[in-house]
Design a binder for this molecule. Sequence first.
Ligand code: PHE
Length: 350
Amino acid sequence: MDTPREGPWEALVAEALERIAAADQPDDLESARVHYLGRSGLLTQALRDVGRLPAQQRPAAGQLGNAARDRVSTALEARRAALAAGVLERRLAAEAVDVTLPGRRPVLGHAHPLRQLRAEIEDVLGRLGFATVEGPEVESEWYNFEALNIPADHPARAMHDSFYLDLPPGPEGRWLLRTHTSPVQMRHLQAMRGRLPVRMQAPGRVYRRDDDATHSPMFHQIEGLAVDRDLGMPHLKGTLAAFARQMWGPAARIRLRPSYFPFTEPSAEVDVSCVFCGGGGCRTCKDSGWIEILGAGLVHPRVLSAGGYDPEAVSGFAFGIGLERVAMLRYRIPDMRLLYEGDLRLLQQF
Ligand code: PHE
């Protein structure tokens, strides 16, 4: 650059501005900057050359050069800002969320039918005054059998085909998975220390060595117990009749048939008028008009004594409901095992 004229600067600036305008990526823009204004960029070099001009030409050439460099760097800066805005805009466009679209509902699970039924029964009994009490599933022979008037040689022990645990026996005998929820009665009576009235329900899992269409090695019972002065069969009957009406509607009736349980005397099997035919007779009730739903009776004096109550002063009634049996009846489930298979085709119907 021997003669500092406007020409070379103008050409360089025009070329640079064109390239800057064409850059549509930050990377392109950066390489344009390096190309012209970098350490060995074209403009940088041209400016350096000014220093080699004769002294009297230098100021004018320097001025022109600086002006050229300023125009290019101003254009670079403007383009950088424009690109940055564009990048942001594209990002905003790409990530835009249409808040007016209808939401997507997450798939919600729900309580298992047995859980739902247990809650319903707990609620009905709760309104009749029976407070929920829970007890351990691993029981001693004393709580599960002896205290409930089922001594070691009693045939009911064999009927309750039990799962015994491989543990050293304690002072209350061997350990087993409870075969019914009745041991919770005993624990509750002891905890109440003779206070009246006693009115509790004990829902929970129980275990027996049984496995077919109507038996499962694990199933559920809800035990009811009331102890007070002068309680008798009318109270038991009235309570169960109210329970049946709440569960199956105002037309539901109950009947008691004499039966036997070691822990109640007298004892009864309780039937409810068939919930399907209303008592007229159908396949489910085998044309009898009645369906057996629970066992019940007046608490045996020995059970009251074992629980710390004086059988001469107080009396009580107890009943045990099989949850699965009620569920199978209500939902017409033919095989109890279906309740435990976790098959969504069944469960989603509830
Ligand atoms: N515990 C009895 C059973 O499992 C049911 C029952 C409870 C019967 C209370 C009478 C009174 O067979």
